[in-house]
Design a protein around this ligand. Structure first.
Ligand code: XUL
Ligand code: CO
Length: 440
């Protein structure tokens, strides 16, 4: 037992002052016809929760994640599994996400690493059977090992490319073994620092070839979930190819990968790209590609990926509004790709981080449902485009209109009427009143 200070984190309601209780996340509460836990399939990110010790560029870690064993041993890898399952069970988290090398210490020899991965996933499978906890998605870490310094799919070295392929193949095997519903490509080093040494066209083609091979292999071993691209504009590279959702969707379509892939949208990556979280979700949903979410929050005053636990209810409300409008996520979930701040270095802080994140998303869900039930925002949007529901507008939408016909229509009118107010401030007031209601 690593988290022996808590038996189980339970829902106590908004008035509770117990820091180890949920204030808003009430797993079985029905919202818009289904329980909160089905709207919000939360996942624990193995890397942040069980591996990251809070080191940064200026200093070593502050949190002890040894879980009673010597780091970089298989005993430690197993202790992480024990701690992780205890943590998820106590918080009611039903899924986890992993990179290959989060699970075991990486050896110099990939064959040895793979043998360790086989051993640890046998152990994880046992724990999954005991607890009912499931795997949301798996991925291969193709950015930490020095061999990936010039990229993985975008590397200049055919040998490195083969190691990337080998890691993807193994990570897909493990994802299928653990019943994962998704497989993620986050292109950490798939980008460039300087165009003076980079063949962009070639690198993008090579990334697409690797993804195609992954799809073919995944399908051949029975993986019927979704492949996800997780867009991010920069960091670690100056420029990353999967800049944002629109760029990634264009890339997938160009290479015929759009039927197998969807987006895994991370809040902090959206803001790094100069977009809102909601924008990235909307663009994905509008293209039928809203797949999964990396649930965190950035700091707009900083230009890097701070991966904070989300506390901004306005943001999660708008996120959940998009998710509800898109009809939920099929194979996706809400993966807390988030870490405690460096000075929050105790086991209690790990639990507080998840309570904060889960409560913030639960509140967002409740408020988004309230916006939808209130109906004013949706009615305004529907009405805003009403001129395309009849007459010449309907003809435009049906695709039958010609440019000449529309020009003739304009000529007949002579003067154009105003298109109607956008009413932004009124709508923002509506949202505020739904969010905050009456105050004491
Ligand atoms: C990095 C990031 C990754 C991916 C998985 O910014 O978000 O942890 O989620 O590789
Ligand atoms: Co992420």
């Amino acid at each position: 037992m690593y988290f022996d200070f808590v038996e189980k984190v339970v829902f106590e309601g908004a008035n509770s002052t117990n820091p180890l209780a949920f204030k808003y996340y009430d797993a079985d509460r029905i919202v818009l016809g289904k329980p909160m836990k089905e709207h919000l399939p939360f996942a624990m990110a193995w890397w942040h929760n069980l591996c990251a010790e809070g080191s940064d560029m200026f200093g070593r870690g502050t949190a002890d994640k040894s879980f009673g064993e010597t780091p970089a041993t298989m005993a430690h890898a197993k202790a992480k599994v024990d701690a992780g399952f205890e943590f998820m069970t106590k918080l009611g988290i039903e899924y986890f996400c992993f990179h290959d090398v989060d699970l075991v210490p990486e050896s110099e020899d990939i064959n040895e690493t793979n043998a360790r991965l086989d051993e640890i996933t046998d152990y994880i499978l046992e724990k999954m059977k005991e607890t009912g906890i499931k795997c949301l998605w798996g991925t291969a870490n193709m950015f930490s090992n020095p061999r990936f310094m010039n990229g993985a799919g975008s590397t200049n070295s055919a040998e490195v490319y083969c190691f990337a392929a080998a890691q993807i193949k193994k990570a897909l095997d493990l994802t299928v073994k653990l019943g994962g519903r998704g497989y993620v490509f986050w292109g950490g080093r798939e980008g460039y620092e300087s165009l003076l040494n980079t063949d962009v066209k070639f690198e993008e083609e090579n990334i697409a070839r690797l993804m195609k091979m992954a799809v073919n292999y995944g399908r051949s071993i029975g993986f019927d979930g979704d492949f996800f691209i997780e867009p991010k504009p920069k960091e670690p590279m100056k420029h990353q190819y999967d800049f944002d959702a629109a760029t990634s969707i264009g890339f997938l379509r160009k290479y015929g990968l759009d039927k197998d892939f969807k987006m895994n949208i991370e809040a902090n990556h959206a803001t790094l790209a100069g977009h809102s979280f909601q924008h990235e979700l909307r663009v994905s949903a509008a293209n039928g590609m809203l797949g999964s979410i990396d649930a965190n929050q950035g700091d707009l005053l900083l230009g890097w990926d701070t991966d904070e636990f989300p506390f901004n209810v306005y943001e999660t409300t708008m996120c959940m509004y998009e998710v509800l409008k898109a009809g939920g996520m099929k194979n996706g979930g809400f993966n807390f790709d988030a870490k405690n701040r460096r000075p929050s270095n105790t086991a209690e802080d790990m639990v507080y981080g998840f309570i904060l994140g889960m409560d913030t998303f639960a509140l967002g869900l409740l408020k988004a449902a309230a916006i939808i039930e209130d109906g004013r925002v949706d009615a305004f949007i529907a009405d805003r485009y009403a001129s395309f529901g009849e007459g010449i507008g309907a003809k435009i939408v049906s695709g039958e209109a010609t440019l000449e016909e529309l020009a003739a229509h304009a000529a007949e009118l002579g003067k154009c009427s105003t298109p109607g107010s956008g009413r932004q401030e009124m709508l923002q007031s509506v949202v505020n009143s739904i969010l905050f209601g009456e105050t004491k």
